[in-house]
Write a protein that binds this ligand. Structure first.
Ligand code: F6R
Length: 364
């Protein structure tokens, strides 16, 4: 039931602090301040490579995880769309872990990719929201998300729960690989534990986002920019907007702008910049100047520090809490979801049942 919400998507966006906390509870031992995974019948520390495969929004969660696995565990990661992976005859060496991410656990391309990886001798890990699904049954390591049933066709709470599980997996892999000390693990656990409060702080800006949605609603094209682990969030923001408001949107790595997409910039193309303050912020500020010099209108999503530095001259700004870079992708998911949601409402489209889309894609 939708309760007091207008749409399932809206309800599911607002459920995120609760379901992320619920999910994290099964991956964190609070007393020991340790990350814990379910039992597995293989030795995770011997994994030499991780191959991540998924579709759509779940793919973008995998793309964030690639940054985490490489940064924390120093394990090389391959990442592929399931529809590409299954037909490209990938090189899968012994000792590899193939990781599949899916809300439904039934997406045809992802399931076929899983079976292919299994037949090639990979250990199979699955991050999935439906515990009775085909993918859950076929996993060597089952990593459930506890988002509860997701009804809205556009995935929201499943995505943030996937990120929570993947962050825990990255930290655990780092620990068993000897790349993370006890103190660092404790620190990571502390930041993960702060996530639900940070999600609430992000959700508190719902009304600001609703108020600025009319600036985006008339656009024909919208660009989203992000860097590092926030680059996949730019892709996810663009996907959400396309799916439910039918506005053409593209996500780019901020540094790629000048290699082509900058040709699109004019007063009619809003540019949404996702940029938490931090070491990469200055680089993004120069990318914003490139946009502004061409008459582009910017919506900057950043924390107070970032907005103080670069908020002036933007068409609009959205303030996020200042968080550890590890959890920034989870927190920045909220404004991109809310923005897509409110733009779609402003346009009057069918938010929960977008045209041409189905919740579970069980055909190729
Ligand atoms: C986007 C969306 C889709 C799914 C994709 C994969 O909002 O919902 O892109 O993420 O079809 O579905 P699952 O995760 O069920 O494998």
């Amino acid at each position: 039931e939708k309760g007091n919400y207008r749409h399932f998507m809206q309800k599911e966006i607002f459920e995120q602090p609760t379901v992320v906390a619920q999910t994290l509870r099964s991956y964190i031992r609070p007393l020991e301040q340790q990350v814990a995974l379910p039992q597995m019948d293989f030795d995770l520390s011997s994994i030499s490579r991780v191959t991540i495969v998924a579709c759509g929004t779940s793919f973008y969660a995998g793309m964030v995880a690639k940054y985490w696995f490489e940064t924390f565990a120093r394990v090389p990661v391959d990442l592929d769309f399931a529809s590409e992976f299954r037909y490209r005859d990938p090189v899968l060496e012994d000792g590899g872990l193939a990781l599949f991410i899916s809300q439904s656990g039934e997406t045809a391309d992802t399931l076929a990719a899983l079976r292919h990886a299994k037949s090639e001798g990979q250990k199979i890990a699955v991050v999935v929201n439906v515990p009775t699904s085909s993918m859950a049954r076929e996993a060597d390591l089952l990593l459930p998300t506890h988002a509860g049933p997701e009804i809205g066709v556009a995935s929201t709470k499943a995505f943030s729960c996937q990120l929570a599980v993947l962050a825990a997996l990255a930290a655990h892999l780092a620990v068993v690989k000897g790349k993370m000390t006890r103190d660092e693990e404790r620190d990571i656990v502390e930041h993960l534990t702060e996530t639900p409060a940070a999600l609430n702080a992000a959700l508190a800006h719902d009304k600001d986002i609703e108020a600025m949605a009319h600036l985006i609603a008339p656009a024909r094209d919208v660009l989203y920019l992000g860097r590092g682990p926030d680059y996949p969030l730019a892709l996810e923001g663009a996907l959400k907007l396309k799916e439910i408001s039918y506005i053409h949107a593209e996500g780019y790595a901020s540094g790629e702008m000048k290699h082509g997409p900058i040709a699109l910039i004019d007063e009619a193309v809003p540019v949404i910049v996702l940029a938490p303050s931090g070491p990469l912020f200055e680089k993004t500020v120069s990318n914003m100047q490139e946009v502004r010099a061409r008459g582009g209108k910017i919506v900057l999503i950043s924390d107070a520090e970032g907005l103080a530095e670069a908020g002036e001259g933007c068409m609009a700004t959205i303030e996020m809490p200042k968080v550890h870079p590890l959890i920034a992708p989870l927190v920045y998911a909220v404004p991109v979801q809310l923005l897509a949601y409110h733009v779609a409402c402003a346009k009057g489209t069918d938010v929960d049942q977008p045209r041409n889309l189905a919740k579970s894609v069980t055909v190729e």
